[in-house]
Write a protein of this length. Structure first.
Length: 94
């Protein structure tokens, strides 16, 4: 199982034996206070093995909330599932 954690402006990921993971984040450079925006995370499996049960965690800094969720929620989790060799999976947070 792989757990990929995305912090406010830094990235940390861990995997269980699958080498050559690449993590990319897409986000606006600036956002006006109170305006919704999209944060996208792409995970590329550049190894020759299947990455089993990948999960991405987005750790939210203070003042940021997921649209439609309580502002008290500081971590948003999404399951990416299995990522095959040479595959890229993208998940978005709003």
């Amino acid at each position: 199982m792989a757990i990929i954690s995305v912090g406010s402006w830094y990235y940390f990921f861990a995997d269980s034996g699958a080498a050559d993971l690449k993590l990319d984040a897409e986000h606006p450079q600036e956002v006006a206070s109170g305006e919704p925006f999209t944060f996208a995370v792409s995970v590329a499996n550049n190894s020759e093995k299947i990455l089993d049960g990948a999960i991405v965690h987005l750790n939210l800094p203070g003042g940021i909330a997921i649209v439609g969720e309580s502002p008290s929620i500081r971590v948003e989790e999404k399951t990416l599932g299995d990522i095959g060799p040479g595959s890229v999976t993208k998940e978005t947070f709003e």
